[in-house]
Ligand binder design. Structure first.
Ligand SMILES: NC(=O)CC[C@H](N)C(=O)O
Length: 369
């Protein structure tokens, strides 16, 4: 079956349908990771986005029931060059196409993803529409242009849990049964679309974790009597979740805080700093980051479109990590209060694992506070 992708600048790609059928609009971004398409598909931070894989051959290991980062994929659409319809992997439970169909995700394959990636790199992430029903580029262009922009949309509410719950599973290997663990200190984790490997690494670091919805009040979170607060990754524009910014502002200075990705941006805003949108963002598994304290370079997994403006937080925070490709802020620590945050994904699953020390750092911060 045919599928057509039209970008808001009028560029047209004609390919084949993969997964669910219908029509979807989202912000088109590209991810340069070579492995981990299943984890990318199930990362809730992609809500509202159409993800293009630059790696040309996708689907060859199928999908299993263990590697999802959330209970289901929340992204808008999926774009690949060549789909592998004959996956071969001992952990496979489903093929990629079945998985996309089951979850209602519309995909397109057989298009020139290098041309698409160059377009986004040169003129920035932009809205796109994928349709398997209407192939008239003028109709599609009108609909994609009429669709609201991602800035200002609260996508966090769509992916956050609705009720608090406890998490007690640490990391485990494919051939072992996950074991339940009792932590030694309490962490309240705000779920703006949390990736499960973050929860596992918090448990590995010794935390007893209770996950709270992104809209939970600071009083509700404090009533759990946590030793530390964690702020998760999540989709969309950080400025679109004022309730979370306000609640986090109430918690600063009261408890040790660690934020990842959206959590880092929320901390920046709660400290009265500023965030801004990058041209095409960082989405991949090999982004070099400089750890200023030691001068080391960490190879990191990243997925974000927004960044914290360093000048806007300079009076209160020190910048601890910077991106070696474009110099943007990748981490900061408060000069007075026990809090630090990281823009990239130290829990990266699959790797690289250079940044796992940050979970131990959170434990140490809690112990010393
Ligand atoms: N992975 C994330 O938490 C992404 C944060 C934010 N939605 C951004 O795009 O920058």
């Amino acid at each position: 079956m045919r599928a057509t992708l039209v970008l808001a600048d009028g560029t047209v790609f004609r390919g084949k349908s993969m997964g669910a059928t219908g029509e979807i609009v989202g912000e088109v971004v590209f991810n340069t990771a070579i492995t981990g398409y299943q984890e990318i598909l199930t990362d809730p931070s992609y809500r509202g986005q159409i993800v293009t894989m630059t790696y040309p051959h996708i689907g060859n290991t199928g999908v299993n029931f263990e590697d999802n980062e959330a209970v289901e994929p929340y992204l808008a659409g999926f774009v690949i060059k060549e789909y592998c319809p004959h996956p071969s992997n001992w952990r496979k439970n489903q093929d990629l196409e079945e998985f996309l169909k089951k979850h209602g995700i519309i995909g397109i394959h057989g298009i020139d993803t290098r041309k698409l990636t160059r377009n986004i790199r040169e003129t920035g992430a932009k809205k796109g529409i994928i349709s398997t029903e209407d192939h008239d580029e003028h109709h599609l262009l009108k609909r994609v242009r009429d669709y609201p922009d991602i800035e200002g949309l609260d996508l966090v509410r769509e992916v956050s849990c609705k009720e608090p719950y406890d998490w007690d599973e640490g990391t485990w290997q494919w051939n072992a049964v996950p074991e339940k663990r009792e932590g030694t200190f309490r962490v309240a984790a705000y779920d703006s679309g949390i990736k499960q490997n973050i929860l596992r690494l918090l448990v590995d670091a010794g935390a007893k974790v209770r996950v709270f919805p992104a809209f939970a009040s600071s009083d509700e979170v404090l009533a759990y009597n946590p030793d530390g607060i964690f702020l998760s990754n999540g989709p969309g524009d950080p400025e679109a979740v004022p309730y979370l910014i306000e609640n986090v502002r109430n918690l600063i200075g009261k408890k040790p805080i660690f934020g990842i990705c959206l959590g880092h941006q929320i901390l920046g805003l709660a400290l009265h700093g500023r965030t801004y949108k990058l041209t095409f963002g960082h989405h991949g598994a090999n982004h070099p980051v400089r750890r200023i304290e030691t001068g080391h370079v960490e190879i990191t997994s990243q997925n974000h479109n927004f960044a914290v403006d360093p000048e806007s937080v300079r009076s209160e925070c020190e910048i601890t990590h910077t991106n070696l490709n474009d110099g943007t802020v990748e981490g900061m620590v408060h000069k007075k209060y026990p809090l630090f945050s990281i823009q990239y994904h130290p829990e990266a699953s699959p790797g690289p694992h250079d940044s796992r020390y940050l979970f131990e750092k959170f434990r140490a911060l809690i112990e010393n506070s």
